[in-house]
Design a protein around this ligand. Structure first.
Ligand code: NAD
Ligand code: DAU
Length: 404
C-alpha cells in the first residue's frame, strides 16, 4: 500500500542519534509521506530512540545493511522510493583510528551501493529521475540527499586563543559566550583535507555522491554539518559520555589540553535544516550547516559539570577570605587530562551563511538553553543510558580509556 502516500522516502541510519530526530520530524510533520527507516542496527542504532513514533501508519522500519545492493534496490522498487536521506555511517573518530576498514566499508562502499541502487531504480522510470504519484498524472522529482560532516575540510588554525567577535550574527549566536577562535571558517568552496580515517571515508563518500551527479545526472545534494548535541546520542561522544561520567563521579578523560575547538549545534536544529534542504535545496549544491557556536572542549566540560552538579544538588557554598559567598562545584576534580587523540583536529568552525542567505535557516536555540535541555534529558532518562552502557560498552570503554 506504499502508493497511498504522496512521497516514499528512505532515511538511512534512522535509529542513530541524528537519524532518529530526522525520522521523528518527518513522520510527525508529513503524515502524507511514507518514511522508511533503513538501519542495520549496529551498536549505535537503537529502536528505543523511536518508541514514540513506531506505531504511526506512515512509518516503517527495515533492518538492512546499506551495503546490500540487491536488498536496497528491491526495497526502492517495492516502495516506489522517490527520496533518500542518507545518514547511516560509522560516525566515531576514535573507533575509526582503531578499525579503519569498517569505516571504509560502511561509509564508502555503503554509500556507493545506495547510489547505484538509486541510479538503477530511478533510471528505469518512464521519465528518469521522476516518480509518478499514485492516481495522479503528476510526477515528482527524486532526491538523493547525503548527510556529511565538517571534518572533511580538515582543521582550522586557532589564531585567537582568547577569542574574537565572530563576523556572524544570528538570533541564537548573540548569547554572551559566543566568540570565534580564528578568522577563518569552513566555507563550501574549501578543498577537502580530511585527517582521520572517519573523515577520509566521509570525504570519499561525498566525492562519490557528487560524481554520480556529474556523471549520471543523479539529483544529489550534500550537506556538511558541525558537531551535534542533544538527546539520544551514544555515550562514546564527548557530551553524553561526560554527563554520564559526572553523574557516576567517574574521571572525565580530556584529550590533550582540552583546547580543541568544536562548533556545536542542537540536533533538532540540524533536523530542521535537513527538512528545509531536502525540500528547497538546489540539486548538485553543497550547504554547510553550523551552530555559529565555537567552544573549547575544556570550557564546555566546565559548563557540563556546573549544569549536572546544579541539577543533582551537589553545588557547595564557600566563603572567601573577603567574606563573599561563592558556589563551588566538587565534580571539577573529576577532570583528568589524558593522552591526546592521534591526529586530533584543532579547530572546526562552520560558515553557514550560504544556507542562511539562500534558504533562510539559522539555529534556533541559544547554546546555554540547549545544553541545559540536554543535561536534563540524560538525567531524566537514566534507563536509556543504563541500557546503552551495558554489555559491550564497558569493553569499549576499557579498551579506549584504561591506561590512557
Ligand atoms: P550514529 O553513529 O549515532 O548513527 C549511525 C546509524 O547508522 C546507526 O543507527 C547505525 O545502526 C546505522 N548504520 C551504521 N552502519 C550501517 C550500515 N552499514 N547499514 C545501515 N545502517 C547502518 O551517527 P550520527 O551521529 O547520528 O550521524 C549520522 C550521520 O551524520 C553520519 O553520516 C555522520 O557522519 C553525520 N554527521 C554527524 C555529526 C555528529 O555530530 N554526530 C555531525 C555532522 C555529520
Ligand atoms: O564535526 C562533526 C563531527 O563531530 C561528526 O562528523 C562526528 O560524527 C562526531 O562524532 C563529531 O566528531 P568529534 O570527534 O568532534 O566528536 P567527539 O564527541 O568524539 O569529540 C569532541 C571533542 O572532544 C574532540 O575534540 C575530542 C574531545 N574528546 C572526546 C571524547 C570522546 C575528549 O577530550 N575526550 C573524550 O573522551
Amino acid at each position: 500500500m506504499s502508493n497511498q502516500f504522496t512521497r516514499n522516502i528512505i532515511i538511512t541510519g534512522g535509529a542513530g542519534f541524528i537519524g532518529n530526530h530526522v525520522v521523528r520530524l518527518f513522520v510527525n510533520k508529513y503524515p502524507e509521506y511514507k518514511i522508511i527507516n533503513l538501519d542495520k542496527l549496529t551498536y549505535a542504532g537503537n529502536l528505543a530512540n523511536l518508541k514514540d513514533i513506531e506505531d504511526k501508519p506512515n512509518y516503517k522500519f527495515v533492518k538492512m545493511d546499506i551495503c546490500d545492493f540487491d536488498g536496497v534496490l528491491k526495497l526502492m522498487q517495492d516502495e516506489h522510493v522517490d527520496g533518500i536521506i542518507h545518514l547511516a555511517a560509522e560516525s566515531h573518530v576514535d573507533r575509526s583510528i582503531k578499525d579503519p576498514f569498517t569505516f571504509a566499508q560502511t561509509n564508502v562502499m555503503g554509500t556507493l551501493s545506495l547510489l547505484q541502487a538509486a541510479k538503477a531504480y530511478w533510471e528505469s522510470q518512464p521519465v528518469p529521475y521522476q516518480i509518478s504519484i499514485f492516481n495522479s498524472k503528476f510526477s515528482i522529482p527524486c532526491r538523493f540527499y547525503h548527510i556529511s560532516t565538517d571534518e572533511v575540510y580538515g582543521a582550522l588554525e586557532m589564531t585567537h586563543p582568547d577569542g574574537i567577535e565572530p563576523p556572524f550574527t544570528t538570533k541564537a549566536s548573540s548569547g554572551k559566550h559566543h566568540l570565534a577562535y580564528g578568522e577563518k571558517f569552513f566555507t563550501e568552496d574549501l578543498k577537502y583535507q580530511p585527517h582521520s580515517p572517519y573523515s577520509a571515508a566521509k570525504a570519499s563518500s561525498d566525492h562519490f555522491v557528487r560524481a554520480f551527479h556529474d556523471t549520471f545526472g543523479l539529483p544529489t545534494i550534500v550537506t556538511n554539518c558541525s558537531n551535534n548535541y542533544g538527546p539520544y546520542q551514544f555515550p562514546e561522544k564527548l557530551i553524553p559520555l561526560f554527563i554520564n561520567n559526572i553523574r557516576h563521579r567517574k574521571p572525565l578523560p580530556v584529550y590533550g589540553k582540552g583546547e580543541n575547538v568544536r562548533d556545536w549545534l542542537y540536533v533538532e536544529d540540524h533536523a530542521r535544516a535537513i527538512d528545509l534542504i531536502f525540500h528547497k535545496g538546489k540539486i548538485a549544491e553543497t550547504y554547510n550547516i553550523g551552530g555559529f557556536n565555537e567552544w573549547k572542549n575544556i570550557d564546555i566540560i566546565k559548563v557540563l559539570i556546573q549544569t549536572v552538579d546544579k541539577a543533582l544538588g551537589r553545588v557547595k557554598l564557600e566563603t572567601t577570605e573577603t567574606g563573599e559567598t561563592i558556589e563551588t562545584y566538587p565534580d571539577m576534580a573529576l577532570i583528568t587530562y589524558v593522552t591526546d587523540r592521534a591526529g586530533h583536529d584543532l579547530r572546526y568552525a562552520i560558515d553557514s551563511s550560504k544556507l542562511q542567505r539562500e534558504l533562510g535557516w539559522e539555529p534556533s536555540l541559544q547554546f546555554e538553553e540547549g545544553i541545559e535541555k540536554t543535561v536534563r534529558w540524560y538525567l531524566d532518562n537514566q534507563a536509556w543510558m543504563d541500557n546503552v552502557t551495558s554489555g559491550d560498552y564497558m569493553k569499549y570503554y576499557e579498551e579506549m580509556y584504561d591506561n590512557r
